[in-house]
Design a protein around this ligand. Structure first.
Ligand SMILES: Nc1ncnc2c1ncn2[C@@H]1O[C@H](COP(=O)(O)OP(=O)(O)OP(=O)(O)O)[C@@H](O)[C@H]1O
Ligand SMILES: [Mg+2]
Length: 334
């Protein structure tokens, strides 16, 4: 059980899990106050640039931040910070060449901001075994920082979804183009079904879910949960509670027009209407030449061009994120 990262479950659980495989609920151990993962399904939409610049914004506000390059097959977060490949990378941790994850944190030259550089050219590290991935997540969750920000790879691979799902904030980056919107929905739906599967495993609902799903097709989770409730009201109520915690955050990147800026709200409304679930819209980042120019100059946008519109937009995204945490903390301390 030692290698199981904390699974996000509603606490306290309303009923004892029926399966012997009990979840590890919040334990009183040192932990990263918040784990944020930045994903979105599609490649090249700005996940790494959003991760890096959001990290800088939070670090400047006095938060202790570590950026983690979790793009296991295509690590390049160091480049967005203008750094060479650090000597120590995630590969050393995954391959147990170092004792703790703190041993692979590299300073970035920015106060309060460390980097765990991605695994480079190690096939094993690019495709970690399940146990290796769980160990990595557990160690990230236990780091002594305020925010651990994970830059995820593209696609809907189980590795990517699992990082997204164990985070306190699973952030979906969306570019306002039809193909990107399609990919974003695909990503968030895949994450949702994986969460459903995890919950079913933990609480022993697999048989129940299978038989309900074999009996018909469901247009939305709401429909599915209400059918489960008819069969087993307690399971239905628990499932509904657990699924309500699946609440992705949304950032629109590369907004060029006023309509682009509005697309975030439209996506949130559509998600609610067709999926019966909530998302939190954190705001939008402008399409800004300063973004790619500073990248080419190997300098972070917020360092080199803090006045650029895209750079200033990160303040709004950080405000929204911090506000969610304040609300969550008020609830935790009640
Ligand atoms: N707000 C923006 N304004 C202008 N260009 C942008 C913006 N965001 C991203 N880009 C461009 O998109 C490119 C890809 O960005 P980035 O590497 O962060 O994407 P990614 O989603 O991490 O890609 P990958 O899936 O390959 O890891 C950048 O090189 C930059 O040119
Ligand atoms: Mg990237």
């Amino acid at each position: 059980m030692g290698d199981v990262p904390t699974l996000k479950l509603v606490r306290p659980p309303p009923a004892e899990p029926r399966s012997p495989a009990r979840p590890v609920l919040a334990r009183k151990v040192a932990r990263a106050r918040r784990v944020v993962s930045i994903g979105g399904g599609k490649g090249g939409i700005g996940k790494s640039l959003v991760s890096a610049n959001l990290g800088i914004e939070l670090a400047r506000r006095g938060k202790r931040v570590v950026l983690v390059d979790a793009d296991l097959g295509g690590a390049n977060l160091h480049t967005t910070l203008g750094l060479d490949v650090p000597k120590r990378t995630l590969s050393d941790f995954i391959e147990r060449k170092v004792a703790t994850i703190d041993d692979v944190v590299t300073p970035t030259g920015i106060q309060n901001l460390g980097l765990i550089s991605g695994a480079l050219d190690h096939l094993d590290a690019a495709n970690p075994r399940h146990a290796q991935k769980m160990r990595l997540l557990r160690h990230v969750q236990q780091m002594d920082v305020d925010y651990a920000i994970l830059d995820l790879g593209a696609g809907t691979h189980a590795n990517v979804l699992d990082f997204f799902l164990v985070s306190d904030h699973g952030v979906l980056v969306l570019v306002p183009e039809p193909t990107a919107v399609e990919n974003a929905y695909r990503f968030v739906k895949a994450a949702f079904w994986r969460r459903m599967r995890n919950i079913a495993q933990v609480y022993g609902y697999e048989g129940l879910l299978r038989s309900v799903m074999d009996g018909g097709t469901f247009r939305s989770p709401v429909e599915l949960v209400s059918t489960v409730s008819e069969r087993d009201p307690e399971a239905g109520a628990n499932l509904a509670r657990q699924l309500a915690t699946f609440r992705p955050r949304l950032v629109v990147n590369q907004a060029r027009t006023a309509q682009d800026a509005e697309i975030g709200r439209a996506v949130v409304a559509a998600w609610r209407k067709y999926f019966g679930l909530e998302m939190d819209y954190l705001g939008y980042i402008h399409y800004d030449d300063a973004m790619w120019r500073t990248l080419r100059a190997r300098k972070p946008l917020l360092v080199e061009r803090p006045d650029a519109p895209a750079a200033r937009a990160f303040a709004g995204v950080a405000d929204a994120l911090l506000a969610l945490d304040l609300v969550a903390e008020a609830g935790e301390n009640r």
